[in-house]
Write a protein that binds this ligand. Sequence first.
Ligand SMILES: Cc1cc2nc3c(=O)[nH]c(=O)nc-3n(C[C@H](O)[C@H](O)[C@H](O)COP(=O)(O)OP(=O)(O)OC[C@H]3O[C@@H](n4cnc5c(N)ncnc54)[C@H](O)[C@@H]3O)c2cc1C
Length: 266
Amino acid sequence: MTKQINFSKYSSIKIGPVADVTIVNDCSEFPLNAYMIGGCSNILVGDNPPPLCMLSKAYDYIEIEDGVLRIGAATPSGKIASFCKKHDIGGFEFLSHLPGKLGGLVKMNAGLKEYEIFGKLLSIRTCKKEILKKDIDFGYRYTKIDDIILEATFQYTKGFDKTKVDMFKKMRSNQPNLPSAGSCFKNPGGDFAGRLIEAVGLKGKRNGQMGWSDVHANFLVNYGGGTYMQAYSLIQEAQEKIEQQFGIVLEREIIILDTTLSKGIV
Ligand SMILES: Cc1cc2nc3c(=O)[nH]c(=O)nc-3n(C[C@H](O)[C@H](O)[C@H](O)COP(=O)(O)OP(=O)(O)OC[C@H]3O[C@@H](n4cnc5c(N)ncnc54)[C@H](O)[C@@H]3O)c2cc1C
């Protein structure tokens, strides 16, 4: 089954064309060479995206089973946070202020400061097998998971901590409210991408309806109706200027999906 998705509405940065996306109900339905998307909170979809797929609602569930939390990969972060609040479960409070679906959160090892989704992770399930956390290569906002994640299990610990929710909310207060895909670049060792963007004079710089936020320079924000090309040229300009002035090659945190780029997915 395919579904037409308007990425200028669906993605968190509110950019992208209307494209057909294959909706996958089970392992027999995965299209060859299609790129898996979750909530599109970390993706900039270009004008010519590759074939795309996403998990159906069949993967949107949370269960408590034998002292373990079992969560489907299509479950949104907000739903997990609400479930944990309702059932007094600790360790997932940061998800109340972190957009995405479980598959994307695990793949990116998403988190806030030292709190990350791998903190309570026990295992993931793919079409091929169950993989234990100890067998997954992961680090700060990084995992080496090459398969589609269908489900993950987590330690079940009592004690939802409301003070943490307030703390995470406060941490967000220096970030823009405009549509974005979160931090654009990873922080290079010993420095901050936002500081470097500011140092080369790009903080607040706009290109059409896109711009580097004047609240937090590492956020590429959409002022309304921004386009892929506007976003892409700002990203390139920042990378070039920072490399020229500081000799630092900034690595993008945002994933770009566009087949006109060398590999299509960068
Ligand atoms: C305002 C804002 C603030 C943010 N703040 C933070 C932050 O503080 N910390 C942080 O870590 N992130 C942050 N992000 C980024 C984003 O929330 C995370 O990267 C999140 O994990 C993305 O989840 P998603 O479902 O939207 O994934 P997508 O953006 O759709 O995809 C991201 C990656 O996950 C892969 N993927 C998706 N689903 C699956 C699956 N089922 N199996 C395998 N791979 C899959 C995709 O192929 C892609 O490589 C922020 C984003 C926004 C918009």
